[in-house]
Design a binder for this molecule. Structure first.
Ligand SMILES: Nc1nc(=O)c2c([nH]1)NC[C@@H]1CN(c3ccc(C(=O)N[C@@H](CCC(=O)O)C(=O)O)cc3)CN21
Ligand SMILES: CC(C)C(=O)C(=O)O
Ligand SMILES: [Mg+2]
Length: 271
């Protein structure tokens, strides 16, 4: 018998049971050990190691530059911290589109080298072959429809998607296709709440919304945005739960002041 307290791990089946009984799913990003430990202890159901690491960790303008090696580095740190949450990792741009064998190889590297539990891919019918092939290896796959940031140069803006009938109809078909292929859930990003509602009701598997309204089966945000660390980013869908940039700036500038004033370290803080 193990002596330490074991926490029951959330699985893809847990998420399905949550949807079945109408319990909402809480998901948040994390990219490193210390943050993931806090997120996990706070009761998060799913931790997403998002390719938004490209933005908030590395300072890139888009998610396109982040590499598979870099995603594995972030994911492995999160895996070492999280005991309860299901850990989902974004397959980065260029590691799955248009080549299902490469997609499987990328997903296997993530599972083998990070210890995460599932992968997420952006797109619908266009990537069906990649999704299927990854699933044949027993790797759980999450879909991602609506605003798909890896295709930003195709669309040109981060505005709301699927407002027109044709795009909404394609999204409905893509969602059903992803479910039929065997995805355990789908992220819906920045689409009208009414569309997200009908999609969520038509699917058996859970939907996780970001800027997709109150009728999704769960919600996801980028942690730096909701903690107020990433100050410039204030889209309408974001609720900011803290002002950590202010808290941190205050602490750090106090430290600078104390060092300059020869106040730190004092007699008690030395050997
Ligand atoms: N920090 C961060 N947060 C995110 O939510 C996030 C990332 N990075 N990187 C990857 C994608 C990109 N995402 C985005 C990016 C922009 C908007 C957005 O709504 N931006 C502006 C302008 C939109 C417009 O052109 O109308 C906004 O104010 O709404 C939303 C989601 C979501 N993801
Ligand atoms: C915004 C979420 C859904 C994401 O894909 C990311 O953080 O990379
Ligand atoms: Mg992403």
């Amino acid at each position: 018998m193990s002596v330490h307290k074991d926490v029951k791990r959330i699985t893809t089946h847990t998420l399905q049971e949550m949807k079945n009984r109408g319990e909402k799913i809480a998901m948040l990003t994390a990219y490193d050990y210390s943050m993931a430990a806090i997120v996990d202890a706070a009761g998060m159901d799913v931790i997403l190691v998002g390719d938004s690491a490209s933005n908030v960790m590395a300072g890139h303008e888009t998610t396109l530059p982040i590499t598979l090696d870099q995603m594995i580095y972030h994911a492995s740190a999160v895996v070492r911290a999280a005991r309860r949450a299901l850990i989902v990792v974004d397959l980065p741009f260029g590691t799955y589109q248009g080549n299902s064998k490469e997609a499987l190889a990328s997903a296997i590297r993530i599972m083998k080298e990070s210890g995460a539990h599932a992968v997420k891919l952006e797109g619908g019918i266009e990537i069906a072959e990649s999704v299927s092939r990854i699933l044949t290896a027993g790797i759980p796959v999450m879909g991602h429809l609506g605003l798909t940031p890896q295709s930003i140069y195709k669309f040109g803006t981060y505005t709301v998607r699927a407002k027109e009938d044709a795009e909404a109809q394609k999204l409905r078909e893509d969602a059903l296709k992803l479910q039929e292929l065997g995805c355990f859930g789908i992220v819906l990003e920045k689409i009208p709440a009414a569309l997200a509602k009908t999609v969520s009701e038509s699917l058996v598997i859970p939907t996780i919304g970001i800027g997709a309204g109150q009728f999704c089966d769960g919600q996801v945000l980028v942690i730096h945005d909701m903690l107020g660390i990433n100050k410039g980013f204030k889209p309408r869908f974001l609720r900011q739960y803290a002002d950590l940039a202010d808290v941190m700036n205050n602490a750090i500038s106090n430290y600078v002041t104390d060092v300059k004033a020869k106040d730190f370290p004092n007699e008690k803080e030395q050997y």
